[in-house]
Design a protein around this ligand. Structure first.
Ligand SMILES: *Cc1c(COP(=O)(O)O)cnc(C)c1O
Length: 369
């Protein structure tokens, strides 16, 4: 069975280096916020072209810490999408702020700048564009319209490590960038991990305080913080994988190009790539009218699929009555019924890509006949 994502294949590929990294940490006796985290932060800041990176426990915390670092809390509104991992919206609720959920661009599945414009109120304190599936949102328009109103932009780059806009990596285009290193992400740990990027030195200091009890220095808190520290073992493993992230993203791009070529005549909607961006294909998502049928047939042919995401956040029990939805989310609701993610990861062999292509061709032929 070909899975949609394959963290085990990646672990095996880097097995020797990962075990060496783990042994180094185990022998060092320093397990939390030590030299591995510091090195990773410096290396990830260099990679993203930002001044600072701050390692945290996961990206949900990263988003909440970023919001707190901007003094966002109860009574404040934060604009984002409903078409995202629930974590984006969960983080806004974690700080007590109100998520304002708007629709996406039909071509690129990322937040629609015109919808942001219409949703801004005098309580708007931040906008969180999500670089969904590995494709950057229209950040140039978003940063432009937000900066004119003094509203900070937090990039949720959890699916887009290494993605670029006009040659500039995401994470440093908005005021703050947030990255998840959940095992299946483009840069994945063997457990939970997250990174926050910024060019602002004072903000970086505050993010570091907030991740550890609000400590300004050891045992002295200047504000109340949380515990969202990053382990040394995860940081050491991420350093191993960061070294091949550019190469791994390039492989994803090649697989995507092959899918796009081979599927061009099939009755499915293919992903479109925005001009002047580097899409890093965290997921390859198509849209089909008879999704359940296609999933079932592919499964029979040895190909797994997944849905990102079947339930928009604004319809879910936990959020329905705690979010503001200023306008209909027509594209979000329509796409939730038809999106389908097919296998995409750098360890996917050419042969397996061929199997996926053949299986999709055969499945679609059998039910469109
Ligand atoms: C994975 C993901 C998150 C959450 O990351 P965790 O590290 O699991 O907390 C947030 N936003 C998006 C868009 C994601 O894909």
């Amino acid at each position: 069975m070909i899975p949609v994502a394959n963290p085990l294949a990646q672990t095996k590929r880097f097995e020797a280096e990962i075990f060496a990294a783990i042994e180094r940490v185990v022998a060092s006796g320093q397990y939390i916020l030590g030299p591995e985290v510091e090195h990773l932060e410096a290396e990830f800041a260099a990679f993203t072209g930002t001044g600072y990176a701050v390692g945290v426990a996961n990206a949900t915390d990263a988003l909440a810490i970023a919001l707190r670092a901007l003094d966002i809390g109860p009574g404040d509104e934060v604009i984002t999408v409903s078409m995202t991992a629930v974590a984006t919206v969960a983080a806004i609720r974690m700080v007590g702020a109100t998520p304002v959920l708007v629709d996406i661009e039909p071509d690129y599945y990322t937040i629609a700048p015109s919808a942001i414009n219409a949703a801004i109120s005098n309580r708007t304190r931040a906008v969180i564009p999500v670089h969904l599936y590995g494709q950057p949102a229209d950040l140039e328009s978003i940063v432009d319209l937000c900066s004119r109103r003094g509203i900070p932009v937090i990039e949720d780059a959890s699916q887009a490590h290494g993605a670029m806009i006009s040659g500039k990596r995401v994470g440093g285009i908005g005021l703050i960038g947030v990255f998840s290193c959940y095992p299946t992400k483009n840069l994945g740990a063997i457990g939970d991990a997250g990174l926050i990027t910024t060019n602002d030195p004072l903000l970086a200091q505050r993010l570091k305080r907030l991740r550890q009890y609000g400590w300004e220095s050891r045992n002295w808190s200047t504000e109340s913080g949380v515990n969202s520290r990053l382990d040394e073992i995860q940081a050491a493993i991420l350093r191993v994988k960061l070294r091949s992230l550019v190469r791994d993203n390039a492989i994803r791009v090649q697989i995507a190009a092959r899918y796009l070529r081979e599927f061009s005549d099939l009755p499915i909607s293919l992903p479109k790539v925005r001009s002047s961006v580097y899409h890093v294909w965290h997921l390859f998502v198509v849209r089909v009218s008879d999704r359940e049928n296609l999933q079932r047939q592919l499964l029979r042919l040895g190909v797994s699929t997944a849905i990102h995401y079947p339930f928009p956040v604004h319809i879910q029990d936990a959020y329905r009555s705690h979010v503001v939805v200023p306008d209909l989310l027509k594209v979000t609701e329509l796409y939730a019924t038809s999106v389908l993610s097919i296998p995409m990861y750098p360890e996917l062999s050419e042969e397996d890509v061929g199997t996926v292509i053949t299986a999709i061709g055969r499945s679609l032929a059998s039910y469109t006949d």
